[in-house]
Design a protein around this ligand. Structure first.
Ligand code: G4P
Length: 534
C-alpha cells in the first residue's frame, strides 16, 4: 500500500506543481476535442483545429506518429507537457480502442489521476466502464467531464445516478448545467459560486464568468431566464440535499468523483475542469517498488519505463522508451543505472514531449514523462536509478486472449520475422511464443485488430509480408513453481509448452478444463494469466 503520510519531507515546489493525468473515454465522447482545448489553454498550440489538422505542414504531438494517423486509430500512448497557470500538466494519451487495453493499463500506471469524459446524451458507455475499472484497480482519483451539453442530453440527475450505479463511485456536482440542448446557456459553478455563460457565437471563446453571491443573488435574473432559474434553484437545492459535498480526501482516495458539465467544442467548462485538476488534483504520488517504495521528494532520481515505441522514424529504427520519473530532479546528461542489466546509461538525448514538437529535455522532475531514445536496451517495466537496486512493481503483462500462428510470406525471410516479432514483443504490442516443439511462432494479442496492425507494421517497417493463421491453442498461462516440478511438468506436456520473448515458460491450451486439471494434478505449480514485467 502506498503511503503518503509517512513521507515527512515537503515536496519541492517544482514537484508539487506537477499534475500528471490521462483522459479516458468511449470513442467519440470528445477526448480529442478536450485534449485540443487543454493544449490551447496551456499555450501549447495557438489555434483550435491544430491537433486534428490533417495533411498539413503544421504538426503537433498527436500527429507525431505517422503510423497512428495511417491506421486511423490511436494505438500509441504519447505524453504532452504544458503549463497552465502555476501548474505543469503532463497529459498522457491513452489508446482509445478496446483492443489495446493492455497498453492502456500500463499507461495508467504512469499517471496520478484520470479525467473520464462521457457524452451527455449517451452516459456511461462500454469502453468508459472498462477503462474506469482499470483506474479503480489503482484507486486513481477521477474527475468527470460530461460533454456535449450543447446538444440534447439526459437529465442531470439521471446522468449522475447512472455513474453512481454503474461505476459504484460517489458523484459530487462541481457544476450544474442550466438548460439542455438548444436552451443550454451555461452552468452554475457549485464550488466557487459563480455563473458561467456559454458563448454560442464563437466556439473558441471562453465562457463569461459572473461572480454571484449564492443562488438568491438578484444578479442571476439578469442572465438566466426565469423558468430556467427556478429549475436551477430547485435542482441545486435537491443536489445539495441528496448528493455528497465535495470532499478532497474522498476524491484523492478514488471514492468520489467531481463532475463538470460542459461542451468541449464550445470551449465551455474546460477551464473549470483544468482549474479542478490544478487545485484539487493529486501531486506526484509515491511509486510502489521492491524492496521499498519510492517517494517523489527523494533527492535521487528514479524512474520506470511504461511504454516503448519503436520505429517512430522507420529510417532509423530508433526506439523511444517513455519513462515516468518517480523521484528527484533529472538533468540532461545524467548517468543512471539500468537496474535490470546493472549497467550505467548516460541519458544524453532525453526528449520532453511538448505539444508542438519533441524537444530535448534539459531537466525534468518527479511526475514528468521523458522519452529516452535507445536501441532496445530499455524494456517495459525497467527501472532506472542513480545506483540503488530498486524494482518498480505493478506493471503487469496480461495473458493474450487470442493466439495465431505467424508465418513469413517468403520462407527465405523467416529470420527477419524473428527479429520483427521480438521487437513488437518488447514494445508490448504482442506476446510472442516459441513452441518447444516444431518451428514458427505463436503470436498472442488481446484483440483481433492487433493482428491486422501487426501485419501491416511488419510489412511496412521490415518489408516482410506475413500471414496470421488459426492456432490450435486459445489460451496461454505462465508456469511457475519449484524448478524440478516445472521441469517434470514441461517434459510431460512438451506439445503444449512454449517460451515467451523473455524466455519464460508458458503452457498453451485450448481448454479451460486443461488448466483446471493441471491445477489439480500439479498442486505445486502456478498457472498465471499475468506476469510482472521484468
Ligand atoms: P474522441 O476523441 O473521444 O473520439 O472524440 P472527438 O473529440 O473526436 O469528438 C467526436 C465528435 O464529437 C466530433 O465530431 C466532435 O466535433 C464532436 N464534439 C466534441 N465535443 C463536442 C461538444 O461539446 N458538442 C458537440 N455537439 N459535439 C462535440 P465529428 O463530427 O466526428 O468530427 P468533426 O467533423 O467535428 O471533426
Amino acid at each position: 500500500m502506498l503511503d503518503r503520510a509517512s513521507n515527512t519531507a515537503p515536496l519541492p515546489p517544482e514537484i508539487a506543481r506537477r499534475r500528471t493525468f490521462a483522459i479516458i473515454s468511449h470513442p467519440d465522447a470528445g477526448k480529442t476535442t478536450l485534449t485540443e482545448k487543454f493544449l490551447l489553454y496551456g499555450g501549447a498550440i495557438q489555434m483550435a483545429g491544430q491537433v486534428r489538422a490533417k495533411g498539413e505542414a503544421r504538426r503537433t504531438r498527436s500527429d507525431f506518429m505517422q503510423m497512428e494517423k495511417d491506421r486511423g486509430i490511436s494505438v500509441s500512448a504519447s505524453a504532452m507537457s504544458f503549463d497552465y497557470g502555476k501548474y505543469r500538466f503532463n497529459l498522457v494519451d491513452t489508446p482509445g480502442h478496446s483492443d489495446f487495453s493492455e497498453d492502456t493499463y500500463r499507461t495508467l500506471t504512469a499517471v496520478d489521476a484520470a479525467i473520464m469524459v462521457i457524452d451527455g446524451a449517451k452516459g456511461v458507455e462500454s469502453q468508459t466502464q472498462k477503462l474506469f475499472e482499470v483506474c479503480r484497480l489503482r484507486d486513481l482519483p477521477i474527475l468527470t467531464f460530461c460533454n456535449k451539453m450543447d446538444r440534447e442530453s439526459r437529465e442531470t440527475f439521471e446522468i449522475i445516478d447512472e455513474i453512481q450505479e454503474n461505476l459504484a463511485i460517489d458523484v459530487t456536482p462541481a457544476s450544474w448545467p442550466i438548460g439542455t440542448g438548444r436552451d443550454f446557456i451555461g452552468s452554475y459553478d457549485m464550488l466557487r459560486d459563480r455563473l458561467e455563460l456559454m458563448e454560442r457565437s464563437d466556439r473558441n471563446k471562453v465562457a463569461e464568468s459572473i461572480k454571484i453571491d449564492g443562488l438568491d443573488d438578484p444578479k442571476l435574473a439578469e442572465h438566466v431566464p426565469a423558468a430556467l432559474l427556478e429549475q436551477l434553484r430547485e435542482e441545486v437545492e435537491m443536489a445539495r440535499e441528496l448528493l455528497p459535498a465535495f470532499d478532497r480526501q474522498a476524491f484523492l482516495d478514488g471514492t468520489l468523483t467531481p463532475i463538470w458539465f460542459g461542451s468541449a467544442i464550445n470551449s465551455f467548462g474546460v477551464k473549470e475542469l483544468m482549474d479542478g485538476i490544478g487545485d484539487y488534483g493529486p501531486v506526484p504520488q509515491p511509486q510502489s517498488a521492491e524492496p521499498r517504495q519510492i517517494a517523489p521528494e527523494e533527492d535521487k532520481v528514479a524512474g520506470f519505463v511504461f511504454k516503448v515505441q519503436a520505429n517512430m522514424d522507420p529510417k532509423h529504427r530508433d526506439r523511444v522508451a517513455f519513462v515516468r520519473l518517480a523521484s528527484g530532479h533529472f538533468e540532461r546528461g545524467m548517468k543512471l543505472t539500468h537496474v535490470r542489466s546493472k549497467k550505467p546509461m548516460a541519458i544524453s538525448n532525453p526528449v520532453l514531449f511538448l505539444a508542438s514538437d519533441r524537444e530535448l529535455a534539459e531537466e525534468a522532475w518527479a511526475g514528468d514523462i521523458i522519452g529516452i531514445p535507445n536501441h532496445g536496451q530499455l524494456r517495459i517495466g525497467d527501472t532506472l536509478t542513480e545506483g540503488e537496486t530498486l524494482k518498480v512493481t505493478g506493471i503487469p503483462s496480461f495473458a493474450p486472449e487470442l493466439l495465431q500462428n505467424c508465418r513469413a510470406g517468403d520462407p527465405m525471410k523467416a529470420k527477419h520475422l524473428d527479429k520483427a516479432l521480438m521487437q513488437f514483443a518488447e514494445e508490448g504490442a504482442a506476446k510472442v511464443f516459441k513452441p518447444v516443439l516444431g518451428s514458427g511462432f505463436i503470436v498472442g494479442v488481446v484483440g483481433q485488430l492487433q493482428f491486422e496492425v501487426l501485419a501491416s507494421r511488419i510489412e511496412l517497417e521490415y518489408g516482410l509480408p506475413v500471414r496470421f493463421e488459426p492456432s490450435q491453442f486459445t489460451s496461454a498461462r505462465w508456469v511457475s513453481g519449484p524448478k524440478d516440478k516445472v521441469e517434470a511438468f514441461a517434459q510431460a506436456n512438451k506439445g503444449h509448452m512454449a517460451q515467451d520473448n523473455d524466455g519464460d515458460l508458458v503452457y498453451l491450451t485450448r481448454l479451460q478444463w486443461d488448466i483446471d486439471r493441471i491445477e489439480r494434478d500439479y498442486p505445486d505449480l502456478t498457472l498465471s494469466a499475468t506476469k510482472e514485467m521484468m
